[in-house]
Design a binder for this molecule. Structure first.
Ligand SMILES: O=C[C@H](O)[C@H](O)[C@H](O)COP(=O)(O)O
Length: 236
């Protein structure tokens, strides 16, 4: 039996695909994470002729695998720098549609693919819906760093007020999580983030930081699957 959370993710993902992936689209960005599994499932229910003329741009090893397993054609932003629409999950979304992403360490490729798209759409379940970032997602802002700089970046993040910033450690592997790009992740909690643009700018300016999991002023719409089976749609 599917859990309430899985149902919520599925409803949000299905509605987003139905409303934003148009028959005229030929290049679609596909994010990463557990909610995106439902995005790909819905894409696979489309007319096969539409999928056959479409290239899908993954944002991680995981989403590339989902697309390939579904028999879809994959490409990259080097070949396809103009994407019609990108649909992705999020760890938390605020009232202005700013988002924290990178809980799965995929936010660098996700941000590139989102920025290359004419439209960026977020799909999530009710647990991700916040007024202010940091209300629900308390693990911190994921910051991807080049490995040799991690300690220096950690100190700078602490200096910016993230006292509990820490290197993300792997499970079932000794040592840190290594991203799809060969980098490390620092999770930097900043409490309630009332000015995400400032936190993004301050953290991204630290030398050694590759990308920060704050997606500010990027999403056009967010779909939240609710506990009662409905979907809340929030637009900018
Ligand atoms: O790095 C991972 C991505 O930003 C995901 O989109 C995010 O963590 C949400 O994942 P999920 O849909 O599994 O909650």
């Amino acid at each position: 039996m599917t859990s309430l959370i899985e149902q919520a993710k599925q409803k949000a993902a299905y509605q987003a695909v139905d409303e934003h992936v148009l028959p005229t689209h030929t290049v679609i960005g596909v994010g990463s994470g557990s909610t995106v599994v439902h995005v790909v499932a819905r894409l696979l229910e489309r007319d096969p002729a539409l999928n056959a003329k479409t290239v899908f741009i993954p944002t991680s090893f995981q989403s590339r695998g989902l697309l390939l397993d579904g028999g879809l054609t994959v490409g990259d932003v080097e070949q396809y720098p103009n994407i019609d629409v990108t649909i992705d999950g999020a760890d938390e979304v605020d009232a202005q549609l700013n988002a924290i992403k990178g809980g799965g360490a995929a936010h660098l490729q996700e941000k590139v693919v989102a920025e290359a798209a004419k439209k960026f759409i977020i799909v999530a379940d009710y647990r991700k819906d916040s007024k202010v970032l940091g209300e629900q997602w308390t693990k911190g802002v994921p910051v991807e760093v080049v490995p040799f700089a991690w300690k220096a970046v950690l100190k700078k993040l602490q200096g910016l007020g993230s006292k509990d910033a820490k290197l993300r450690m792997a499970v079932n592997k000794a040592g840190p999580v290594v991203t799809d790009n060969g980098n490390f992740i620092i999770d930097a909690p900043f409490g309630l983030i009332r000015d995400p643009v400032k936190v993004l700018k301050d953290t991204k300016l630290i030398t050694g930081v590759v990308e920060v999991g704050l997606f500010c002023n990027m999403a056009e719409v967010a779909y939240f699957g609710c506990e009662d089976g409905s979907v809340t749609v929030r637009t900018k």
